[in-house]
Write a protein that binds this ligand. Structure first.
Ligand code: G3P
Ligand code: CA
Length: 275
């Protein structure tokens, strides 16, 4: 496995190749790897029985055929659900071309609830280096348990204490500075990304929470505050922008020299980058 960054602008598949396939499923992540994504993004939540699963919303209602909060369900409850059938051909954003993902109920694993453990296996089994950006969702509700479980899991895979941030295939992202602080306290070399939706006065000078090297501003920020992105870069931070799907926004990010583009359409962004 090579440790050097191979491309100046990393393409990160947001929730997998989530325009083509149902988000946060193996189907979406396999497709992202096939598409050539440099990295995968996922959100993690804790189930009632303490498993980390890849689900964005607090509830499973939107992305499965079940109902209820992830935190109130056990892994076995989630395993009984289908996380693919909601994504019908009608829901593919009005695109004229057919997506090349097809829901195949017989491939149960492709659209079952995805544990972070299974996603890590997928990443580590890939034939080339694929990185994983893991976002902790609502970590404050769990008073440190999300980070604790996450670090234990990473330890099982030998990923919790990389020699340097550069060589780590995994990074942890959060809108919560407290969550990142917990991760950094336990694992100082694991790269962390501070996500922001708006530029707060506190952030205007381009400073991030202590020890965090990567900024994760929204596309809205990149569009409306390009000087802020430049300040972050001048301060020596990497900048990873989400969620960038349109060609003109890809061009904007390239113009700003961002380090990673987080997108639902990894193949289209790679095409735009000439890769
Ligand atoms: O990659 C960051 C981005 O995923 C944050 O927003 O709501 O899609 O998790 P959200
Ligand atoms: Ca996310």
């Amino acid at each position: 496995m090579t440790h050097a960054r191979q491309h100046p602008t990393q393409v990160v598949a947001h929730r997998g190749a989530s325009e083509d396939a149902p988000e946060h499923t193996l189907a979406a992540y396999r497709k992202a790897i096939e598409d050539g994504a440099d990295a995968l993004e996922c959100d993690v939540r804790l189930t009632a029985d303490g498993h980390l699963v890849c689900v964005h919303d607090r509830r499973v209602n939107r992305t499965s055929n079940g109902r209820g909060a992830v935190s109130a369900l056990e892994l076995s409850d989630l395993a009984a659900l289908d996380f693919g059938s909601w994504k019908t051909r009608d829901s593919f954003g009005g695109r004229t071309e057919e997506p090349d993902w097809e829901h195949r109920p017989e491939d149960r694993e492709a659209t079952s609830v995805l544990t972070l453990e299974r996603l890590l296996e997928l990443v580590l089994d890939a034939e080339r280096r694929v990185e994983l950006a893991i976002e902790t969702k609502h970590p404050t509700r769990w008073a440190g348990q999300v980070e604790e479980r996450l670090l234990l899991l990473l330890k099982r895979f030998g990923l919790d204490a990389p020699a340097t941030a550069e060589e780590s295939p995994v990074r942890v992202m959060s809108f919560s500075a407290r969550s990142l602080h917990r991760v950094r306290a336990a694992s100082p070399t694991l790269p962390t990304v501070y996500l922001t939706q708006f530029v707060s006065p506190r952030l205007r000078d381009g400073r991030l929470p202590a020890g965090v090297r990567i900024a994760g501003p929204s596309l809205r920020i990149a569009r409306s505050h390009p000087a802020y992105i430049e300040r972050l870069k001048e301060s020596g931070h990497q900048v990873h922008v989400w969620t960038v799907n349109e060609p003109r926004d890809v061009d904007l990010c390239l113009g700003l020299g961002v380090d990673a583009i987080i997108t639902n359409r990894p193949r289209a962004v790679l095409d735009r980058l000439g890769r």
